[in-house]
Design a protein around this ligand. Sequence first.
Ligand code: IPE
Ligand code: IPE
Ligand code: MG
Length: 250
Amino acid sequence: MDKKSRIDLKKVPNHVAVIMDGNGRWAKGQGMNRIFGHRNALTAVRETVNGALSVGTKAVTLYAFSTENWNRPKAEVTALMTLLVNSLINELDTFMQNDVKVNAIGDIQSLPKKAQKTLQNVVQKTSNNRSLVLTFALSYGAREEIVNTIKNISKKVVNNELSIEEIDEKIINNHLYTFNLPDVDLMIRTSGEQRISNFLLWQMAYAELYFTNILWPDFRKEHFYDAIIDYQNRERRFGKTSEQITSVEE
Ligand code: IPE
Ligand code: IPE
Ligand code: MG
């Protein structure tokens, strides 16, 4: 049976976050340098987006560059930034055809000016698209996001726009880079590493975590479906008992 037909289209995750990992090891396996791996990552991005569109997932967030990735060799950082700019320009038509809205989270101002401009343009041009919100996490770190959030909330308190008593989970949520996104339902990480690496800490509080040994450049739509099927076989209890979840009354 083909994989997609095993998916219950009424129970797909709303928001899937992906740690796209393993480009360097993939390239090494081909006897090539790390940058070759990054160049071959685009197919996997396209396949993931198409997979999400075909099952009806409304939001996909891709971890493309972390705050920690600035510490990589300069040539690799530059290559990643160039690839980002070129890919966004090249994919714009496809985003329009597929009704994909592009969004960015992270310390965007730390990106090179050219990347910021391209990003801004693609975000603006795709802003009315509705089938899928595709968010790129760029110069993103969950701890940096939390610091930024605390600063912005504190400013409002100091300016008397907000009282300390009013600060609750909703207020915090509304000040995160992801303010317009739902919580993450499913997090996929490729390459066999089983860690979070400073990704969406707040938003993943109750996400189901899925790890696969596939290296990111080899990731295809079928692998995305595998993750969805695995997700659908789990019982999300959110602290309740299994009986409460399965009974009709709750
Ligand atoms: C993921 O692949 C891409 C980025 C972090 C930008 P890596 O470059 O981390 O590949 P590995 O983990 O070294 O194989
Ligand atoms: C996480 O991958 C960041 C991205 C995928 C952009 P890394 O390869 O940087 O993570 P660590 O260092 O192995 O945890
Ligand atoms: Mg890695």
